[in-house]
Design a protein around this ligand. Sequence first.
Ligand SMILES: [Zn+2]
Length: 199
Amino acid sequence: MTTTNEAVKVVAQKKAFMASSKLTIFLVHPQRKSELPHEALANMGDDQAASQAFAARWGGLWTEKQAAAVAATGQELEAIYRTLRELLQKAWRGDKDAIVQLEGMTAVNFRWHYTGKRAELVPEDLWTAIVLLFLRDHAAGRTAICVNPDCPAPYFIRKRRTQKFCESGPCVEYGARLRANKWWHEHGGEWRKKSKGRK
Ligand SMILES: [Zn+2]
């Protein structure tokens, strides 16, 4: 990464991201406002429908050339994608080895592209962009796992340090219920006494 103050633009395949030298990355094409690709991959289900839905929204993790090279070796691409997803999930849970492995993966598959005043750093495939986004958010302490045991998409990017639940409706409700129960547990006795006294 260069250390100039000039903006660095990180572009993944057809998708573009803007980044400052601090790697504050913004989606240049914010048509998917409600989703980030690293969250989407970490939460991708095991079945074929889930991986197809992911591919429909974000495209393949690798370039067609990379994917063709893998297919030529007889390995099943989807199985490899699931392996990458598992590596990302492990890192998301804080596994140090997985994080080191991901860091190693950012050493390749980038190229610099210079446009006027700006240097653009271009990941050649979506997977590299996802790794970069994850490492940026992990370093900022923003990668979190939703505390609701029934959360269907527990890997999320938190907005506040104290945020324990993702922003899906049921999880927000679950969190509110837990807080209400805790309050009742701590203050219910007092409240009952007071309301009796008022009668
Ligand atoms: Zn959740």
